[in-house]
Every structure is written in C-alpha cells, then in structure tokens.
Write a protein that binds this ligand. Structure first.
Ligand code: GCO
Length: 264
C-alpha cells in the first residue's frame, strides 16, 4: 500500500473562505499534498492578496477569487471563471461560514437568516455549480465543514447549530444523490480550534476557555494544522469508498460527558 493514495498531484481544489483560519490550514495541507489551490474570499481583494502571499511563502502558488458564496449569480460566474482560468474543480471544500453569538430570544430574524444563508445555503449553491462538472467527469470530492454544533447545542449559537446540523444532513443527502457518479461527499467537524473565530471565547481565564480545555480529553484547543490530515484524506483516493460521513476532529470532545472539576 503506497502513500500515493494521499497524493493530490494534478488535482484542483477550491476552498471557500480559504483566506484565513481553518480554511487556510486545510488548503495549505492540500497544497503540500500536490493539489492546485484556489481560494475564495468575499471581504476584499486586499485580504485575498495577503492570503496568496502567505501561500507563496509556504511554496504554494494559490489562486484567489473574490465573490459572495451566498449570491447564486456570482457563484455561477466565478465557478465558470475558475474552471476556464485554472482548470476543472476536483475537490471542493465548503468552508466559508459565519457565527453570531446571541441568545435565541434576543436574535433578530435577519441575523438568524444570514447565518443560515452563509453556513447552510451557500454550500448548497457552490456545490450545485461545481458538481455539474464532477457528474460529467464521474469523479469528485466535496467536503462540508460542519461543527461540534452539528451534534450539540450551546447557549447563544442556536442559528449556527441549526445551520451546521442541517449541513450534516445535507452532506448525507449529497452522498445519497451523487454517490452513483463516483463523487464522495463527506464532512469534517472541527472541535474547538485556536482561530480568529474563537478568539473572543479563548481568552486565558475566560470561563469558556477553561470549560473547553477541561471538556476536551486532549486538554487543549486544537491547532489549525491538526485539521489538514483529515482534509487530505477526504480529498484523496484513500477515501474513495467513504461517503456521507462526518469525521470529527475534536480531541475527543464528542466522546465524553466530561468530568467533575475535582477529577483530573
Ligand atoms: C462556539 C465556537 C464553535 C466553534 C466550532 C466548534 O462559539 O461555540 O465558535 O462554534 O467555532 O464550530 O465545532
């Protein structure tokens, strides 16, 4: 059994929201495994250019495209542009996402809808336009970035949990409908990682920081680089008979009820 199973040379991967955080960490790993990396961002060309400079420093000649993944017309135009300018998309990682931490009873309806739109509807929109080529070629990999909130609720993240729970089931339905075309669609559920998205709740001494460290058997926040291996696996031929699965990379968090504060 050779390690060629994990070689992504000759493949093109699109990572939405790949300009920072977990998306960038996964894209770096996939690039180092040989894939051509294409990242999307929706905030500014400057942010994309800054990210491309970081990829170049890591020896990865990534390409960047600025478009809003919730806008179907923009997705349609830019997927066609990427496939014309870079090549057909073999691997799609639906990573772009937002979170709004507000108690449900205080949350504005439009804020709830915005979280659903970005975290659940946009993976559907982007996949809809990428899968057309994958079906034609009878080959492809789609990875949806789920969450602990695909399985668990938590105070103040109700919209995000609804979206990520839905994304778990959308992943299973994509596998149901597209598996016959030799397309594998799986999810990655990151535990609690040290990123800008978790920075507000990760401050030393913050009750939530201490809670997560004690609640996670590994006893720490994840390092974004610890996510790359699972992304490479699900992007490679090593996972050709894995479909509709969510792989939780969480330091053991979902495996345990936790422990009393007086237990080590
Ligand atoms: C939160 C965190 C989580 C993590 C991640 C866990 O507020 O609870 O931001 O949502 O980001 O999604 O899997």
């Amino acid at each position: 059994m050779s390690l060629d199973l994990f070689d992504l040379t000759g493949k093109t991967a699109l990572i939405t929201g790949g300009t920072h955080g977990l998306g960038m960490a996964m894209a770096m790993g996939i690039g180092k495994a040989g894939a051509t990396v294409v990242v999307n961002g929706n905030s500014s060309q400057q942010k994309i250019d800054d990210a491309l400079a970081q990829y170049r420093e890591a020896g990865i000649d990534a390409k960047g495209y600025l478009f809003d993944v919730t806008n179907e017309q923009a997705v349609k135009i830019n997927i066609a542009k990427i496939e014309k300018e870079v090549g057909h998309i073999d691997i799609l990682i639906n990573n772009a996402g937002i979170i709004k931490r507000v108690p449900l009873e205080e949350m504005e309806v439009e804020d709830f809808e915005q979280v659903i739109k970005v975290d659940l509807v946009s993976p559907f929109i982007v996949s809809k336009y990428v899968v057309k080529g994958m079906i034609a070629r009878k080959s492809g990999k789609i990875i949806n970035i789920c969450s602990m909130m695909s399985e668990l609720g938590r105070n103040t993240v109700g919209a995000y949990a609804a979206a990520k729970g839905g994304l778990k089931m959308l992943t299973r339905n994509m596998a149901t409908e597209w598996g016959k075309h030799n397309i594998q669609i799986n999810g990655i559920g990151p535990g609690y990682f040290a990123t800008s998205q978790t920075a507000p709740i990760r401050v030393e001494g913050h009750p939530f920081n201490d809670f997560i460290v004690s609640r996670t058997p590994a006893g720490k926040w994840g390092d974004p680089d610890e996510l790359a291996g699972t992304a490479i696996f699900l992007s490679s031929q090593a996972s050709n008979f894995v479909n509709g699965q969510i792989i939780y990379v969480d330091g053991g968090l979902l495996a345990t009820i936790g422990k009393p504060s007086n237990e080590k």
